[in-house]
Design a protein. Structure first.
Length: 346
């Protein structure tokens, strides 16, 4: 699976999803949140990090049949995630099709997420755009409406080198007073080089969507100030948590679909119960194989339909609408997994 996954990361894809459990973790609405708060993963010192540990979904952006952003489903997806233990949401990132949304559409997602969360979750706005001025506009809007953190991937298409990335992070992170999280996807961390990013005033975290978690630990050892790290590779999170003091949580696509799995893995890892967490991790990996192995992103969104949150298809070129026969065949694979419940979010 790793080869396909690495290709997938280079195409900038995985980021969020949500499905409640029918058995196994079997987290019921509300109960997971209280249990998840009993033990928390390590956090750095500082007020900006309070309450940040745990599982986050890379929120899938839902569409109405006319292609517009479906704000009602955003709210329902957030409610479903909160009820099953999620600590927060990463908005308009890869799984949220951020680069396929207009600036105004991304603002709509931020606005509705703030309204839906009502202070019950941490919200991270991914503001990466092709044009830096659009990223700045989104960062300022995020700060205005009450988002907690701003995040961005490196420059896309143009300026794919360290100096351009540094300039991009400097421009975007200085646009507001919000703490800034680097979104590292499909890239190798170079600790002696990347420590320079954290010299920037507001750069205080990283979401690392990759497999070499030891490089994140090595980077952390070199940092001049406290910073938070999240793993963004769903199928890698338990391995990341085994590093102990490095990763404070996970942000992923499958957290939209199986949120209780990820919330409980975080709780169990925090309590040192890795053998118990490994049983859930096995289910996450089986599920992630099905997600990553899908032909395109509309299949991920069909999982949302399966659990009762119809998000429509992914936008081209990320995906295209599924024929009903394709959906039925994919849903049958979900049935066979045995731990995902149809209409769980209803």
């Amino acid at each position: 699976m790793n080869t396909n996954r690495r290709d997938f990361l280079r195409m900038s894809a995985i980021a969020g999803a949500t499905v409640v459990l029918a058995k196994g973790a079997n987290a019921q609405t509300g109960g997971t949140r209280s249990r998840a708060s009993a033990a928390t993963l390590p956090l750095p010192d500082g007020p900006e990090f309070v309450g940040m540990s745990g599982a986050y979904s890379a929120l899938i952006t839902p569409y109405r049949p006319d292609g517009s952003v479906n704000e009602e489903i955003i709210e329902k997806t957030i409610e479903f995630g909160l009820a099953n233990g999620l600590a927060g949401f990463h908005l308009t990132s890869s799984a949220g099709e951020g680069f396929l949304l207009s600036v105004d559409e991304r603002k709509t997602v931020y606005d509705r997420a703030v309204k839906a969360a009502r202070g019950r979750a941490k919200l991270i706005a991914h503001v990466g755009c092709l044009a830096p001025q659009d990223s700045v506009a989104l960062a300022r809007h995020a700060a205005k409406v009450g988002i907690d953190w701003v995040s961005s991937a490196t420059p896309v298409y143009f300026g794919q080198n360290f100096d351009a990335a540094y300039a991009h992070y400097k421009t975007v992170s200085e646009a507001t007073d919000l703490p800034f999280m680097i979104y590292s996807i499909g890239q190798q961390i170079a600790p002696d080089r990347d420590v320079k990013f954290f010299e920037l005033k507001n750069v205080k975290g990283m979401m690392y969507t990759g497999y070499d978690c030891w490089t994140a630990k090595a980077l952390r050892h070199r940092l001049p100030k406290p910073a938070i790290f999240f793993t963004g590779a769903d199928e890698q999170e338990l391995c990341a948590f085994a590093y102990g003091d490095t990763f404070s949580g996970c942000i992923g696509t499958t957290d939209n679909m199986i949120p209780a799995h990820h919330a409980q893995i975080c709780r169990l890892a925090a309590a040192g119960k890795f053998a118990e967490a490994a049983k859930l991790m096995d289910e996450v990996v089986r599920f992630a194989e099905l997600v990553v192995g899908a032909p395109h992103a509309s299949y991920w969104k069909s999982i949302m339909r399966y659990i009762g949150l119809d998000c429509g298809p992914a936008r081209a070129p990320a995906g295209q609408p599924l024929a009903e026969a394709e959906y039925i065949a994919y849903a049958a694979k979900l049935d066979k997994l045995g731990f995902i419940q149809r209409n769980a979010a209803l």
